[in-house]
Design a protein around this ligand. Sequence first.
Ligand code: MOS
Length: 725
Amino acid sequence: MKKSNKTGIGNAIDRVEGHLKVMGKAKYASEYPIKNKVYGQGINSTIAKGTITSIDTSEAEKQEGVLKVITYKNAEKLKTFDEEMVSIATDTIAPVLQSNQVHYYGEYVGFVVAETFEQAQYAARLVKFEYEADPSAVIDFDKSRSKAYKPNEKSDYSRGNLDQGIAEADEVVEQTYITPIEHHHPMELHAAIVSWENGKVTAYASQQIVEDATIAISATFQIPTKDVRVVSAFVGGGFGSKLNLERHVIMATMASKMINRPVQVTVTRTQMFTNTGMRQLNEQKMKIGAKKDGTLTALSHETLSHTSTNQEFQEPCGMVSKMLYNVANATVKDRLIPMNLQTPFAMRAPGEATGSFALESAMDEMAWKLKMDPLEFRIKNDTQQDLHKNQPFSSRLLVECLRIGADKFGWKDRKDQPGTNQKGNWLIGYGVSAASRNSPYQKTYAKVILTLEDGKVMAKVQMDATDIGTGSYTIIAQTASEYLDIPVNQITVELGDSDFPVTPGSGGSWGAASFSNGVRSACENAIAKLKNNRNVAGDKEISVAKLMKMNKLKTFESEGMAEPSAEFKKHSVFSFGANFSEVWVDKDTGMYRIKRMVNVASAGKVLNPKTAYGQIIGGLTMGAGMVIAEQTKVEPNFGNFITRSFADYHVPVNLDMANIEVVFLPEEDKIANKMGIKGIGELGITSVAASISNAIFNATGKRMRELPITPEKLIEAGLEPGVMA
Ligand code: MOS
């Protein structure tokens, strides 16, 4: 980086779109002033399984402003799934309102379109549905274990010989850990405004991946992708819920086609429990064997979870157990129960967030049995080789994360024996956990348009990347600033439009690495071409403004592309981290406070310490939420969710959150990509729950194996063997 460039990568600059946001000028999907638009409201089923036997739309249709009531009876025919069970990961379609069958409580059964939002809301309540409920609905996880099946060949993984590993062990931990259904609730509700005009669709929609949304609309309606434009310029959070195109966008598209006007739809907060995905309940059986000296000899991780009756999804809880520790004998198994609930889907760090709760709790239990420091136990079992893929990690500074974190946190002050660190009525405990998160990187295109204005070069970057609150605009501007060597105030970034070059969008912690390398490539290409045209040596230091002048150009455009290298594919590319928590538990009431957290992250080159910090503290907050409150309860008779608003689905508030310290290890992983970047979007949530739960054990001597950890559960739990009463 040029020393004079204070806005290139690595600088903690403010968000470049920050002013637009606070001035209300950043347009979210539902904020486009589209002329002539009308409003749609989805109607949800009130049974978990069965048949719609009659629909009476007459009352709704009589209401002022009502333009259309759409049900399966008059809906457009869409492409639907032909097989019984399909994988949601490979789906590109989102059929809706296609039959009289109901598969889960809350499934869309109708869509009302009216001149105003209020008219649509009101009329939606007047459509009368009668059902024949099917009593065979599967809504109780506990009672449906016998229905579990093995989803595919990859559902069973094994290396070495587990039984032999267990036989070699001096100590064995065998326990089950449960994480409940959780919901992602980004601040911005799912929303879209769609117009179907002359066979062409324009959808302003809150989506994480623009290209996938475009494909979903085109595949569902069987129209060419070139006739679909998706705009997702600003997104107020996604957390996985906006990865796929959900059915409200399809209903709005259908309605627009039918009534020939643009249709706006906003999914209500309550509908976001039943119609925009969720994290599934996971019951994880862990079996760990270790020798007296702390050497792991065996590790088994079996997850029982659920999916819907027609789509398959399983978050890979066992992923962490495959690669985090040096253990020769390991098995991972995944099983699913088809249930009459909506299809679960990816929620921040799918697999790692929940899997690490089981693994890092079990590791802590083993350390207790071995009478070993849980920090040293983890360090002893570190590995630089990914034993799952049989290849080296591109870089792995897990031990450094643990050591540096321990130092910052003051781990040496931890008391081994629970219940011995007390202040008045408070029992104080320290907990640690290790974190890992896959750091993918995907093919990304970008365009840069340079213009010479009053001797200054202004640059515009365009790509279909999204900024879901993560800071994409800012790091993309910083990358252009770095590689063009001009300040960010001469750079405009335009994102989230399917007319722009294709990127993988925001998800799976691949955004930052993919986007910035794409922009880097576009900028490097621009400069190379400008130099080449005038026979300027490639390594000559010369400003882009001068190059434009030499080329006698007022404007110049260049594209770029970045993709994983052969080296990337020969390595396992993961981000690593360590979490430390201090928890104070009231010994009479079981109420507890998370007093402090320290997170150390090793995630390659940090593009902007400010936005990166935001990612980690957001992850820590969601991780804390897993422990203190978050859970969605299924009503056992009808299969609806009992928790369906923020009044009963609790998330952490400021008072719940600790003093947080975040440390980024200085690192550049050049195997990961040319800029040395790895992902952080999901690292921050990973293993946080275990660090807090392990701190609760250290405080109280009680091992909490089911999330969330409520005060009543904590009061009722007994002391672990070996804890002095
Ligand atoms: Mo993430 S769960 O891939 O948005």
